[in-house]
Design a protein around this ligand. Structure first.
Ligand SMILES: Nc1ncnc2c1ncn2[C@@H]1O[C@H](COP(=O)(O)OP(=O)(O)O)[C@@H](O)[C@H]1O
Ligand SMILES: [Mg+2]
Length: 219
């Protein structure tokens, strides 16, 4: 099982959007996916409740307890709440193979994320190379000054940058319907799908490498 924690203590940075779409992607690939929701607002689980039966199955889990031992999924996608820190953050990071940090191009987001990245760098399982961190820009309009400030910030972070997702209405529309971008007719979202490919390649290749090196990421 590969566990992907989506985290950024800043509310509205795009965690649930990233988590639900990632879960949707692996489900369309026929993988057994668990979407764990650590947020007591339950946005990811509510998305699942809206999900039509005809779409590829995703299992929901209240991720506030520690259920990781009992999971038998191919992919465990963990959505986390705003303000995640301290022991809860350390435990979630320890159980994750990857932490993906979504962030929006604003000074407020950069300030909050800078501090968070420093906390992540000090986490034991990240220092020891058991958990990997990567970044992704959310709602990025490439023509703006804010977007170029974000690119500088991401480049200086020292973590891999898995591209940017543009600001597109389809994310909100799909979310309303319990769908992901990968459940929409591809011709309607071709530009957005392209933007997902660095992230998806990175995850899939890393998970294949880990499997070759002797199975999943026992911690
Ligand atoms: N790439 C995007 N394009 C348009 N809207 C987006 C995009 N990413 C996120 N959003 C919107 O931004 C808002 C906050 O995103 P959300 O995923 O709920 O953040 P978080 O879970 O970090 O609080 C939501 O309304 C969501 O639909
Ligand atoms: Mg959320």
């Amino acid at each position: 099982m590969s566990t992907v924690l989506i985290a950024n203590p800043k509310g509205g940075s795009g965690k649930t959007t990233l988590a639900t779409n990632l879960a949707g992607y692996f489900a369309t690939r026929g993988r057994h996916v668990v979407l764990s929701d650590m947020d007591r607002q339950r946005s990811a689980l509510q998305w699942l409740e809206r999900r039509p039966y005809k779409l590829p199955l995703i299992h929901g889990l209240d991720g506030r307890g520690d259920h990781t031992g009992s999971l038998s999924a191919d992919w465990n996608i963990v959505d986390s709440p705003a303000g995640l820190r301290g022991d809860k953050l350390s435990t979630a990071v320890k159980h994750a193979d990857w932490v993906i940090v979504p962030m929006q191009p604003s000074a407020f987001d950069m300030g909050a994320t800078r501090d968070f990245l420093q906390v992540l760098r000090e986490e034991k399982s990240i220092r020891k190379g058991h958990t990997f961190v990567a970044m992704i820009g959310m709602r990025v309009d490439s023509r703006t000054r804010a977007a170029s400030a974000l690119q500088d910030f991401l480049a200086e972070s020292g973590f891999p940058v898995l591209g940017n997702l543009r600001n597109a209405q389809v994310y909100a529309l799909a979310a309303e319907q319990g769908a992901s971008l990968f459940d929409v007719r591809p011709s309607q979202v071709s530009r957005d799908l392209q933007q997902w490919s660095p992230l998806l390649h990175w995850l899939v290749n890393a998970s294949k490498r880990a499997a070759k090196q002797g199975g999943s990421h026992a911690k």
